[in-house]
Write a new protein. Structure first.
Length: 185
Protein backbone atom coordinates (compact mmCIF):
# COMPACT_ATOMS: atom_id res chain seq x y z
CA UNK A 1 0.00 0.00 0.00
CA UNK A 2 1.22 3.51 -0.77
CA UNK A 3 0.29 5.57 2.23
CA UNK A 4 1.30 8.83 0.59
CA UNK A 5 4.45 10.80 1.15
CA UNK A 6 5.71 11.17 4.70
CA UNK A 7 5.47 14.62 6.26
CA UNK A 8 9.08 15.40 5.28
CA UNK A 9 8.55 14.19 1.69
CA UNK A 10 5.28 16.14 1.48
CA UNK A 11 7.03 19.24 2.86
CA UNK A 12 9.66 19.00 0.11
CA UNK A 13 6.96 18.65 -2.59
CA UNK A 14 4.99 21.53 -1.03
CA UNK A 15 8.07 23.75 -0.82
CA UNK A 16 8.88 23.17 -4.48
CA UNK A 17 5.31 24.23 -5.34
CA UNK A 18 5.35 27.32 -3.11
CA UNK A 19 3.14 25.82 -0.38
CA UNK A 20 3.69 24.61 3.14
CA UNK A 21 2.31 21.73 5.17
CA UNK A 22 0.21 23.21 7.99
CA UNK A 23 -0.42 19.84 9.60
CA UNK A 24 0.00 16.17 8.73
CA UNK A 25 -2.44 13.52 9.93
CA UNK A 26 -1.71 9.81 10.30
CA UNK A 27 -5.10 8.31 9.48
CA UNK A 28 -6.65 5.18 10.96
CA UNK A 29 -5.56 3.07 7.97
CA UNK A 30 -1.93 4.20 8.35
CA UNK A 31 -1.97 6.62 5.43
CA UNK A 32 -0.98 10.27 5.61
CA UNK A 33 -3.17 13.25 4.82
CA UNK A 34 -1.69 16.74 4.74
CA UNK A 35 -3.40 20.06 5.41
CA UNK A 36 -1.78 22.69 3.26
CA UNK A 37 -1.39 26.43 3.03
CA UNK A 38 -0.62 27.87 -0.37
CA UNK A 39 -0.09 31.46 -1.47
CA UNK A 40 -2.33 31.04 -4.50
CA UNK A 41 -4.53 28.58 -6.30
CA UNK A 42 -1.73 28.07 -8.85
CA UNK A 43 0.67 26.90 -6.12
CA UNK A 44 -2.01 24.58 -4.71
CA UNK A 45 -2.44 23.03 -8.16
CA UNK A 46 1.35 22.68 -8.50
CA UNK A 47 1.45 20.89 -5.13
CA UNK A 48 -1.33 18.49 -6.15
CA UNK A 49 0.52 17.84 -9.43
CA UNK A 50 3.74 17.10 -7.53
CA UNK A 51 1.93 14.70 -5.20
CA UNK A 52 0.38 12.86 -8.16
CA UNK A 53 3.83 12.49 -9.75
CA UNK A 54 5.21 11.09 -6.48
CA UNK A 55 2.23 8.72 -6.19
CA UNK A 56 2.67 7.45 -9.77
CA UNK A 57 6.16 6.19 -8.90
CA UNK A 58 4.89 4.00 -6.05
CA UNK A 59 4.74 0.27 -6.90
CA UNK A 60 1.36 -0.15 -5.20
CA UNK A 61 -0.18 2.61 -7.33
CA UNK A 62 1.27 1.06 -10.48
CA UNK A 63 -0.09 -2.37 -9.51
CA UNK A 64 -3.53 -0.87 -8.88
CA UNK A 65 -3.49 0.89 -12.26
CA UNK A 66 -2.33 -2.26 -14.06
CA UNK A 67 -5.06 -4.28 -12.37
CA UNK A 68 -7.78 -1.88 -13.48
CA UNK A 69 -6.43 -1.65 -17.03
CA UNK A 70 -5.65 -5.37 -17.40
CA UNK A 71 -8.48 -6.09 -19.83
CA UNK A 72 -7.98 -2.94 -21.90
CA UNK A 73 -7.03 -3.51 -25.52
CA UNK A 74 -6.27 0.09 -26.44
CA UNK A 75 -4.91 3.23 -24.83
CA UNK A 76 -8.40 4.71 -24.86
CA UNK A 77 -9.77 1.58 -23.16
CA UNK A 78 -7.14 1.99 -20.39
CA UNK A 79 -8.09 5.63 -19.87
CA UNK A 80 -11.81 4.82 -19.82
CA UNK A 81 -11.33 2.00 -17.30
CA UNK A 82 -9.37 4.15 -14.87
CA UNK A 83 -11.73 7.11 -15.33
CA UNK A 84 -14.70 4.83 -14.63
CA UNK A 85 -13.02 3.43 -11.49
CA UNK A 86 -12.59 6.87 -9.94
CA UNK A 87 -15.83 8.40 -11.26
CA UNK A 88 -18.02 5.49 -10.18
CA UNK A 89 -16.06 4.35 -7.12
CA UNK A 90 -15.42 7.63 -5.29
CA UNK A 91 -18.33 9.71 -4.02
CA UNK A 92 -17.80 13.47 -4.23
CA UNK A 93 -17.77 15.09 -0.80
CA UNK A 94 -16.63 18.45 0.51
CA UNK A 95 -13.99 18.94 3.20
CA UNK A 96 -13.97 21.28 6.19
CA UNK A 97 -10.21 21.91 5.66
CA UNK A 98 -8.10 21.52 2.54
CA UNK A 99 -6.53 18.07 2.82
CA UNK A 100 -5.03 15.98 0.04
CA UNK A 101 -5.50 12.23 0.56
CA UNK A 102 -3.40 9.53 -1.13
CA UNK A 103 -4.96 7.87 -4.20
CA UNK A 104 -5.26 4.34 -2.83
CA UNK A 105 -6.89 5.66 0.34
CA UNK A 106 -9.33 7.69 -1.75
CA UNK A 107 -10.25 4.49 -3.61
CA UNK A 108 -10.48 2.40 -0.42
CA UNK A 109 -12.66 4.90 1.44
CA UNK A 110 -14.70 5.76 -1.66
CA UNK A 111 -14.94 9.44 -0.72
CA UNK A 112 -13.07 12.52 -1.90
CA UNK A 113 -13.43 16.06 -3.09
CA UNK A 114 -12.34 17.22 -6.53
CA UNK A 115 -8.65 17.48 -5.65
CA UNK A 116 -8.55 14.00 -4.08
CA UNK A 117 -10.24 12.51 -7.15
CA UNK A 118 -7.98 14.45 -9.52
CA UNK A 119 -4.83 13.37 -7.68
CA UNK A 120 -6.01 9.75 -7.79
CA UNK A 121 -6.78 9.81 -11.52
CA UNK A 122 -3.55 11.64 -12.42
CA UNK A 123 -1.44 9.17 -10.41
CA UNK A 124 -3.08 6.03 -11.83
CA UNK A 125 -2.81 7.24 -15.42
CA UNK A 126 0.78 8.45 -14.98
CA UNK A 127 1.71 5.09 -13.48
CA UNK A 128 0.76 3.58 -16.86
CA UNK A 129 2.75 6.19 -18.78
CA UNK A 130 -0.06 8.53 -19.83
CA UNK A 131 0.63 12.25 -20.02
CA UNK A 132 -1.75 14.04 -17.67
CA UNK A 133 -2.22 17.40 -16.02
CA UNK A 134 -4.65 19.05 -13.63
CA UNK A 135 -7.12 21.51 -15.17
CA UNK A 136 -9.03 24.17 -13.24
CA UNK A 137 -12.40 25.82 -13.80
CA UNK A 138 -13.64 29.24 -12.80
CA UNK A 139 -12.03 32.58 -12.13
CA UNK A 140 -10.89 32.45 -9.46
CA UNK A 141 -10.63 28.67 -9.83
CA UNK A 142 -13.28 26.74 -7.91
CA UNK A 143 -12.90 23.25 -9.33
CA UNK A 144 -10.13 20.94 -10.51
CA UNK A 145 -10.26 17.89 -12.75
CA UNK A 146 -7.76 15.73 -14.60
CA UNK A 147 -6.86 16.06 -18.24
CA UNK A 148 -5.11 13.47 -20.41
CA UNK A 149 -3.23 14.08 -23.63
CA UNK A 150 -4.11 11.97 -26.67
CA UNK A 151 -2.06 13.01 -29.67
CA UNK A 152 -1.78 16.79 -29.56
CA UNK A 153 -5.09 17.31 -27.76
CA UNK A 154 -5.89 17.51 -24.05
CA UNK A 155 -9.14 15.84 -22.93
CA UNK A 156 -11.06 16.40 -19.69
CA UNK A 157 -11.60 13.50 -17.28
CA UNK A 158 -14.18 14.81 -14.81
CA UNK A 159 -14.93 12.33 -12.02
CA UNK A 160 -17.07 14.17 -9.46
CA UNK A 161 -20.18 13.84 -11.64
CA UNK A 162 -21.34 11.36 -14.30
CA UNK A 163 -19.23 12.92 -17.07
CA UNK A 164 -18.05 10.89 -20.02
CA UNK A 165 -14.30 10.75 -20.78
CA UNK A 166 -13.45 13.83 -22.82
CA UNK A 167 -16.60 15.72 -21.83
CA UNK A 168 -15.97 19.22 -20.47
CA UNK A 169 -17.07 19.37 -16.81
CA UNK A 170 -19.38 22.35 -17.40
CA UNK A 171 -21.03 20.65 -20.38
CA UNK A 172 -21.52 17.51 -18.29
CA UNK A 173 -23.03 19.51 -15.40
CA UNK A 174 -25.41 21.22 -17.81
CA UNK A 175 -26.37 17.91 -19.46
CA UNK A 176 -27.02 16.39 -16.02
CA UNK A 177 -29.00 19.41 -14.78
CA UNK A 178 -26.64 20.11 -11.88
CA UNK A 179 -27.36 23.70 -10.93
CA UNK A 180 -26.53 23.20 -7.23
CA UNK A 181 -22.78 22.63 -7.60
CA UNK A 182 -21.32 26.13 -7.29
CA UNK A 183 -17.91 24.89 -8.46
CA UNK A 184 -19.43 23.65 -11.74
CA UNK A 185 -21.11 26.86 -12.89
Amino acid sequence: MSDGPSPSEAAAIAGAAGCRIARSHRLSDGSWAHEIECASHATKVAFLDGLASWDALQPSVRRAAEGVAAGARTTLDQIRAIHRLVRDGVLYTGEPRETFSPPLRTLRVGLGDCDDQTRCLLALLRALGHRTRPGTLGEPPRHIAAQVQLGATWHWLETTIAAEPGEHPLAAAKRLGLATRVDLR
